[in-house]
Design a protein around this ligand. Structure first.
Ligand code: UD2
Ligand code: MN
Length: 352
């Protein structure tokens, strides 16, 4: 009898030890499990190194997870309304600014060529900002000083292309725009083109430098014109067209030499092919034009007025489809890509 009781007690103790052991190990597993869940590292437990244990390893692993989640693949699309806009802001153009000052101020956030992407979201559009240029360096410095922070507040994915007409032949703003379009597309798959005079500084960052469902005229209230449209059909200054819209109108005409008319011709093209434009409200589309005289070799060309009656006939032959030019030099710095081009000024217009 004693022997039976002894065997029974031994078995009982053995069973108790086994049950306790099972309980002990399973509890430890659940504790670890709960810790991982609380630290958001549950999905990484399989990657724990086998030969290390302890909290420091767990923490390190969960940090890796946090870093990964902050990477670009996990970024959301930028909101329709950028969250950090100022609305109206002060612009003063008296201070003498150098490119070096501007580079120090806004350069660190940019990539070579005046390129920028918002760090915390993915922009829906990729915007090429095209500036027609010759010998307006002071204007360009002011423009860069105000526009880079402005475009960044708007969370745009953008690049700035300054298209510099070589030589002193008659200026051709519209052809420089077409060249900017073609050259920017050689670099990246831009789907929106923002054409801006170098002397126009916006006064309200709710005026979004992106493309809309119709070609957009942005500079609706310029100080020089008393903050009013000088005429209803004006389409000069700052405009934005998607790649598709720009192709539909065959770009600008290449044959408007000298001052005037090229902007009205683009308006005609848009009205013939797309039939509508869009504009921001005048209270938002406000600008300062940096004061300037008419430049040399950019006299008003009365021939351009006559050409405006011909847009219907010229649209298909004259534009992106007939664009020819020679790139002389491409220079990139942190603030912009500077492309010097020979626009093939016709004989007889080379000096005036
Ligand atoms: C008006 C239009 C402009 C254009 C022009 C006629 C507005 C607000 N502006 O501007 O878009 O249609 O009439 O051509 O509607 N440029 C140089 N160097 C030169 C000459 C011109 O860089 O030697 C560039 C520069 O970007 C300048 C732009 O061309 O801002 C237009 O020339 P403008 O400023 O002399 O013409 P403006 O103010 O009469
Ligand atoms: Mn001007």
């Amino acid at each position: 009898m004693k022997k039976t009781i002894f065997i029974f007690l031994t078995l009982y103790c053995f069973l108790a030890i086994v049950i306790f052991a099972i309980y002990f190990f399973s509890k430890k597993y659940w504790l670890t499990h709960m810790f991982l869940i609380l630290h958001g590292a549950e999905n990484l437990k399989d990657s724990f190194p086998l030969n290390t244990t302890g909290h420091s390893q767990v923490t390190e692993t969960s940090e890796v997870w946090v870093n990964k989640s902050a990477g670009e693949e996990s970024l959301g699309v930028c909101p329709e309304t950028p969250p950090n806009l100022l609305g109206p802001f002060q612009v003063e153009l008296e201070t003498v600014r150098t490119l070096e000052d501007v580079r120090k101020q806004v350069g660190p956030l940019l990539q070579v060529g005046g390129r920028y992407k918002p760090p915390d979201c993915i922009s829906k559009q990729k915007v090429a900002v095209i500036i027609p240029f010759r010998n307006r360096h002071e204007n360009l410095t002011h423009w860069l000083y105000y526009l880079h922070p402005f475009l960044q507040r708007q969370q745009l994915d953008y690049g700035v292309y300054v298209i510099n007409q070589d030589g002193d032949g008659t200026f051709n703003r519209a052809k420089l725009m077409n060249i900017g379009y073609a050259e920017a597309l050689k670099e990246d798959d831009y789907n929106c083109f923002l054409f801006s005079d170098v002397d126009l500084v916006p006064l309200d960052d709710r005026n979004l430098y992106r493309c809309f469902s119709n070609p957009r005229h942005l500079s609706v209230a310029v100080d020089k014109f008393d903050y009013k449209l000088p005429y209803e059909k004006i389409f000069g200054g700052v405009t934005a067209l998607t790649k598709e819209q720009f192709l539909t109108v065959n770009g600008f005409s290449n044959t408007f030499w000298g001052w005037g008319g090229e902007d009205d011709d683009l308006y005609n093209r848009v009205m013939l092919r797309i039939k509508a434009i869009s504009r921001p409200y005048a209270v938002i589309g406000r600008y300062k034009m940096i004061k300037h005289e008419r430049d040399p070799h950019n006299d008003q060309n009365l021939n351009n007025v006559k050409k405006l009656k011909e847009t219907t006939n010229t649209l298909d032959q004259d534009g992106l489809s007939s664009l020819n030019y020679t790139v002389i030099d491409i220079t990139k710095n942190m603030l912009f890509t500077f492309i010097t081009v020979d626009v093939h000024v016709p004989m007889g217009l080379t000096k005036k």
